[in-house]
Write a protein that binds this ligand. Structure first.
Ligand code: F6P
Length: 544
């Protein structure tokens, strides 16, 4: 048994859960007319309503006690002080410094000075590209940007440029190539003109196979389609922490935008990795995104745990995963512009908290990160909500929506929002036997058929959701929302005593792929693997 699961705060929550299981979330509303006021928090123009979670003030008190037992305030302080909390890589996790106006010290050096200098370089470069001052080899202004990167060097800029499309340039279209599957780069490049295409090769390490392979393919395409070796410098820039590898690839250091090892890949959109964002929405909007994140950082660093929104969301997730048996968490944006938000959060949460060894190197006996998934409403309603309403799994969900649509067409936004409000209500209240019976009888159904259909039409309800409702999806609000989730992930990691900033689990597959590649290129059958892997490889070789 781990220290955590034997600790007083954990055991108190376990006891409390047995009592809480006796009542439904809907019962909690019946008992307390102030429940919405008590269990919702306002941050700037964003409302967080967690009153439809199975919590009472006692639950929150017990969760806060757990947070204090795990030294939450101290861990938050350590992060903001640049302590090397990424212990397995001996690094700080200082993404908050990327959006700070105040100095941040790491090993005695104020890192915000370097950040500012790279920011200025991004500002100059994006303004030159956007204004047409910096052109492609034919003298025409750039029309397309291709970001070549994967994981954190792709998902953040991709999600943000999609989310902030209304703020984007109509002259400059961003494209994202991540997959080693050549289909993606082939499909992307076949529609582009090399004379007006700018390539950003984005890789923290500059060793990632997918990115380097795609970058070489892009270079070959560029040269084959009319560009010359001399034009490469105008059309290819790099974003990385690895100057030597960038030079070796053939990109001049002047065309490199630097960031640092204290920025984790999945926390890097605020750094030079955000270059496609600055190019697409302009520096003012990029700065507003940073300001929104910084405002959330201030809230996280200075607000008492009881009113601290990332802390509360993280603790509720712990409550649901470790005490209420939640097996997956859906992120359901009722805003089409946020259509890549669930994919972005998948990496943020699952790569960070998908861990089974604690900070002391011991195997743990409690659940950590769970599966994160989702699709925009209302598409999800017509695909997987059936399982949310009547399935057997315990799934929690965040429902996000803007009060104001950016493109109001007819009454679409009211129709969308009616669904947004209806779903969390339906998930919580359900529809019980007596209501279903009365409804069927009022439609003139026979008693026999009514009883036959009855169980199928019952919605048990009592499904927990958090609603996040904001005025408008502008850069500042988006920045705050992303930072909120970053900190929520950190809060969970502190409770679970795991390091959320490494990702050793992705290494094994990469290693084995490296060994298999030559086997695909040799003529003989493969025999050295397990029978299944041998069989699959040999079938592939015979049929390619
Ligand atoms: O998948 C592992 C990972 O290291 C991610 O953490 C990272 O975001 C991604 O690969 C890309 O890495 P890089 O930016 O170094 O190419």
């Amino acid at each position: 048994m781990s220290l955590l699961t034997q600790s007083p705060a954990w055991l108190a929550l376990k006891n409390h859960q047995s009592a809480m299981a006796q009542q439904s979330i809907h019962d909690l509303f019946r008992q307390d007319s102030q429940r919405f006021e008590e269990f919702s928090l306002l941050f700037d123009e964003v409302l967080f309503d967690f009153s439809k979670q199975p919590v009472t003030s006692e639950t929150i008190d017990l969760l806060i006690a757990l947070a204090r037992q795990q030294n939450m305030e101290n861990w938050i302080e350590q992060m903001f002080q640049g302590k090397k909390i990424n212990s397995t890589e001996d690094r700080a996790a200082l993404h908050v410094a990327l959006r700070s106006k105040k100095p941040f010290f790491l090993d005695g050096e104020d890192v915000t000075l370097k950040v500012k200098s790279v920011c200025n370089k991004i500002a100059r470069f994006s303004s030159a590209i956007r204004s047409g001052e910096h052109t492609g080899y034919s003298g025409k202004a750039f029309t397309d940007i291709v970001n070549i990167g994967i994981g954190g060097s792709d998902l953040g800029p991709l999600m943000v440029t999609e989310a902030l499309k209304p703020y984007g340039s109509t002259q400059l279209k961003p494209h994202f190539v991540s997959n080693i599957d050549g289909t993606q780069i082939h499909e992307t490049l076949s529609r582009l003109d090399p004379a007006t295409t700018l390539f950003i090769v984005a890789s923290k390490t500059f060793t990632t196979q997918e990115t380097i392979t795609n970058a070489h393919s892009a270079r070959t395409w560029f040269l084959a389609q009319g560009g010359s070796e001399n034009d490469i410098a105008r059309h290819f820039v790099a974003v990385s922490t690895n100057l030597a590898a960038v030079k070796q690839f053939g990109i001049h250091p002047d065309n490199m935008f630097e960031f640092w090892d204290w920025v984790g890949g999945r926390y890097s959109l605020w750094s030079a990795i955000g270059l496609p964002i600055a190019l697409t929405i302009g520096m003012d909007h990029f700065n507003a995104l940073l300001a929104g994140a910084n405002a959330m950082d201030q809230h996280f660093a200075t607000t008492a745990l009881e009113k601290n929104i990332p802390v509360i969301l993280g603790l509720i997730a712990v409550w649901q995963i470790n005490f209420n048996g939640v097996t997956s968490h859906a992120v359901l944006p009722y805003d089409q512009y946020l259509h890549r938000f669930p994919a972005y959060l998948q990496q943020l949460e699952m790569e960070s908290n998908g861990k089974r060894i604690n900070r002391n190197g011991e195997e743990i006996d409690y659940h950590t990160g769970i599966v994160i998934w989702g699709e925009p409403g209302t598409n999800g309603q017509h695909a997987f909500y059936q399982l949310l309403h009547q399935g057997t799994q315990t799934i929690s969900a965040d429902f996000l929506a803007p009060c104001q649509s950016q493109h109001p067409i007819g009454n679409h936004h009211h129709l969308l929002m009616a669904n947004y409000f209806a779903q969390t209500e339906a998930l919580m209240c359900g529809k019980h036997g007596n209501e279903v019976r009365a409804e069927l009888q009022s439609k003139g159904m026979t008693a026999e058929l009514t009883e036959k259909l009855l169980p199928h039409k019952i919605h048990p309800g009592n499904h927990a959701t958090t609603s996040i409702l904001f005025r408008k999806l502008d850069p500042k609000t988006l920045g705050a929302l992303i930072a909120l989730y970053e900190h929520k992930v950190f809060v969970q990691s502190v409770i679970w005593n795991i390091n959320p900033f490494d990702q050793w689990g992705v290494e094994l597959g990469k290693e084995l792929a490296g060994q298999i590649l030559p086997e695909l290129e040799q003529a003989e059958s493969v025999t050295r693997h397990d029978a299944s892997t041998n069989g699959l490889i040999n079938f592939f070789k015979e049929n390619q």
